[in-house]
Each structure stands twice: as C-alpha cells, then as structure tokens.
Design a protein around this ligand. Structure first.
Ligand SMILES: [Cu+2]
Length: 508
C-alpha cells in the first residue's frame, strides 16, 4: 500500500470522511436477471424508513510500528467496524462501496442465498466504486466475520466482525469483547505473492489466469519505500509454516507493544469472541493466568472445553467464556504458530497496572488439531447415511508455489455437483507439507472423522487439514447455488486452491 507523508495523510483522511455526498446509484445483480435467479434477491427498497444498515467499504490510515499505512475499512452504522445484529434481526445491509476500487464482501460462515454470498461469480460481479448493493437474509447467530473476496483486498484489511447475538447470550450478564486478529505487511499483497511465486512474471500470469478473482486495481497500492523483494530460495527456515514474512501481527488493529486495553469489571464475566482474520497466519490463543471455556467455534455451539491455550486456524472463530479474578490486568495473547512473534489485547480492571509486553515471547508450536479432536457439536447433524461421498485431494508445493484441489487449479476447475436434499461427505486428503484451512461457503458442516477415525465433532465452516492428514466433513445440501470451496490461506487460494460446489440444475 502507499505510504503517505503526514500532510497527504491528513488530506486523505478528510477526503474519505463521512461527509461525502450520499450515493444515489444502486447496482443490482445484472447477471442474475439474465439467469432467472431473481427470486433469491432482496426486493429493492425505496422508503428511507425501510433502509438496511449502512456498511461502508472505504479506506483508512493505520499506524503500525510507527509507520502510517493506508488500508481498507468496513464501517457499520455505529461508526465501528462491521455489523452487529440482535437475535432474530434480519441481515438487512446496504453495502456502499467508497473504497475507490471494485469490491464485494463475503459474509463468512453465514448461509444466505448464493447470489448474496459475496463471491465474485459471473452472475454476481464486484461492485464498482460508488455503487450500493442491498442484502436481506435471515442470519444465523454467533461469531462471524466479513471480508472482501475480490483480489487480495483481505490482506489489506477489507475485513470486519459480523456478530449475531442469540437470545441466551443477550440474557447473560457478560461483557462481550471482540478480538480480531490480522497479519500485516507494508508490502502490497501482489508483491508478497510475487515473492512467493518467484517472479513478477508469475504474478502477471496469475492475473491473466485468475480473471474475475484478481483485483488489478490494488496494484497502485504498492508501497514505494517497501523493502527489497525476498528472493526465491531465500525463504524463511520454516518452509512449511508461515509462507509470508509479515511486518506485524494485529489484535483489533494494534500491535502488542501498543495494545488495546479493554476495561473490565473486577470479577467480571466475559464472552470473548476471537476471529482469526489473518490472510496467511495461524495462532495459539494464550490466556496466561486465566482459564477459558470454549463454548462455540465458527459461531456454532460446542460442548464446553476448558483450557488456557487454544489453536485457531485462518478464518476460524472461538467463543470463550472467562470469569475474571477480583483484580489485575490480564493479557490475552495470540502467538504466531512456529514463531516467537505474538500480538494481543489486555483485559484490565480499573486502577490495575498495565504491563508492558514485548511482541516476541517463547516460540509457539505449530497449530494442530488437539482442540478439534476434543470438540463435539451441541447440535450435531441428524444421523443419516451419506448419499454422496467424495474424496478431494489437496495438492501443491512451495516450489513452484502453486496449490490445487482435486488435482485442479482455479479457475480451471470441474464443479463438484451435489443434489438438493443429499447428505454429502467430503474426505479431504492433504497430500502436501502444509496445513490448509478449508472453507465451504453457504453451508455449515460437521467434522465427522480425522485420519479415518470417526467421531461426532464440531459443526463449523472452516476446518484445518494438517499435512499428510485426512479430515472428513458432512453437510446437508440445502442451499442451492454455486458455492466457493477453498483454502483460506489467501496465497494458496490465489494460486489455485479453490473449486466450486454446484447444485445440479443451477445453470452457469
Ligand atoms: Cu492452503
């Protein structure tokens, strides 16, 4: 991204302030009209009283390690990142694109009609700058998030929480704290990808191959004073972990040397909603002196698991209940896997001394499935035999840096066809030396086996498949459409690790 001097920063902040003239132009899904899927779209609304919550995709300036950085933003009606809904409230949102680039936002883990999923299918193209798109669907409750699915805008923080309360949580006397994690780089994501694939030429080839996915528009955000590109062959020692050397790890947009301090009541009760919004990094959540109870993963309730350290893969969420001691300040850390680097926030009772913390600590091990194997859904899928079982191999390597699903690389993929009403099971077989957090759009699945050992695991939307390991997921095909199915490591996805699950009868 471009680094501006102080003067131009001020200028830009004023320029993207909220005093801009209201946008009048609305876009609707033109391609959808042509393909006869209009019935799944929200009706257009004209009365102001009937308007949805306004969500603005824009830009903002962050200071990271003493340097200014231009990043994207997704700001809701209360001026804060993202959207928060009460129990039973519909997801009625008007997304206004003021980012100066084309964009489209995916409601990660939610189950909208496919035309509202925010994936850039030909039928649902990205929004032009200045356009507004309306969404209207019944959300599912829990801790979710939203991110751009256009190009690599996610790496430039086009991400935000999406929290849907449930009645029980509303009744509880608990302080809610959202903790969103990011990996941050002063380089542009295109430059990061070029350093991974080994050449600028490879990037332009990717651009050509991934028409519709890549956002050429972000190219002008390349940092002018960025460090020299990492040379191929000079990768970090952990070739199978942490592909990208990041400049910082952020917790609610701040580093651990300048952390967010959340005021809590003495002896208070907290619900911590942790979202791993990092593009290419996984963490261990470390509660230090505190004990937490995992009560939900990816928004879905699980039977309680207590502990102090919990792994969280890319795109996953963890809901933790914590009972605080009578006094003190309590860091909640996120330690990068296989690394001493860390970020976090501090929960502090009034008058407690805030500790100064280094953003490096003892090295953390790699993230694993030690939590996954202990999880059990509070509301598992109804028991029934599978109608369709597919084995899907996860392939690829660091050299050349390219990744595949079922032997194919996006966009040259054969859709996995499912029929409405089927119970589907996918056996994900990881042939590679890297772990892949696999995400299915539009469906919640249950983890039903790990390495061939069946169990009734968590219901969730993103599952980590360890190197050389197998994970089986089951879901009911109850949401007809075209759905992306992919690795949530942004650089794996951008170099091919994405395919389509398509319902029989959906024309494409
Ligand atoms: Cu991957």
């Amino acid at each position: 991204m471009t680094i501006f001097d102080r003067e131009s920063l001020r200028h830009r902040v004023i320029a993207d302030g909220s005093t801009m003239t209201p946008l009048s132009r609305r876009t609707f899904l033109v391609g959808a009209l042509a393909t006869g899927i209009l019935s799944t779209l929200p009706a257009s609304r004209s009365a102001a009283s009937d308007a949805g919550k306004r969500l603005v995709a824009g830009t903002r300036t962050l200071e990271v390690n003493g340097r200014a950085a231009r990043v994207y933003s997704l700001i809701g009606p209360d001026g804060r990142p993202g959207i928060r809904l009460r129990a039973h409230e519909r997801f009625r949102v008007d997304l206004a694109n003021q980012s100066s680039k084309q964009t489209l936002v995916h409601w990660h883990g939610q189950l909208p009609p496919w035309t509202q999923d925010g994936f850039p299918w030909p039928e649902t193209p990205p929004l032009a700058n200045g356009a507004v798109q309306s969404y209207d669907y019944a959300p599912i409750s829990g801790t979710y998030w939203m991110h751009s699915h256009v190009g690599m805008q996610e790496q430039v923080l086009m991400t935000a929480p999406l929290i849907v309360e449930d009645e029980m949580a509303q009744r509880e006397d608990r302080q809610e704290i959202v903790l969103m994690l990011h990996d941050f780089t002063f380089r542009s994501p295109e430059e990061v990808l070029a350093s991974l694939t080994g050449s600028a030429h490879a990037v332009s080839a990717q651009h050509a191959a991934m028409t519709g996915m890549m956002d050429m528009g972000t190219m002008d955000m390349v940092g002018r004073d960025a460090p020299v590109m990492q040379m191929p062959g000079a990768e970090a020692p952990h070739m199978d972990l942490n592909d990208v050397e990041f400049d910082a790890f952020l917790a609610n947009d701040r580093t651990l040397t300048d952390p967010e301090v959340v005021r809590v009541e003495r002896g208070g009760r907290v619900r911590l909603r942790i979202i791993n919004g990092a593009s290419s990094s996984q963490f261990w959540v470390d509660l230090g002196a505190l004990t937490g109870k995992v009560v939900a993963v990816d928004g879905h309730s699980v039977r309680t698991v207590a502990g102090r350290r919990f792994p969280i893969a890319m795109a996953q969420r963890l809901d933790l209940l914590i009972e605080l001691p009578r006094s003190g300040a309590f860091p909640v850390l996120a330690q990068l896997e296989g690394s001493p680097r860390r970020t976090g926030i501090i929960l502090a009772a009034r008058d407690s001394r805030i500790p100064r913390l280094s953003d490096r600590g003892p090295p953390a091990p790699r993230v694993d499935l030690s939590l996954e194997t202990r999880l059990a859904a509070a509301e598992p899928l109804r028991a029934r035999p599978a109608d369709l079982v597919r084995t899907i191999s996860l392939g690829g390597s660091m050299k050349p840096y390219a990744w595949s699903m079922d032997g194919e690389m996006w966009p040259h993929v054969t859709p996995l066809i499912v029929k409405q009403g089927q119970r589907v099971e996918f056996e994900l077989v990881n042939q590679t030396m890297m772990a892949h957090p696999i995400h299915l759009h539009g469906h919640s699945f249950q983890v039903v086996a790990i390495d061939g050992r069946p169990f009734q695991g968590a219901v969730r939307d993103t599952v980590l498949v360890m190197p050389r390991a197998r994970v089986r997921i089951a879901f009911d095909a109850d949401n007809p459409g075209r759905w992306a199915f992919h690795c949530h490591n942004l650089y794996h996805m951008q170099t091919g690790m994405l395919t389509e699950v398509r319902y029989d009868g959906i024309a494409a």
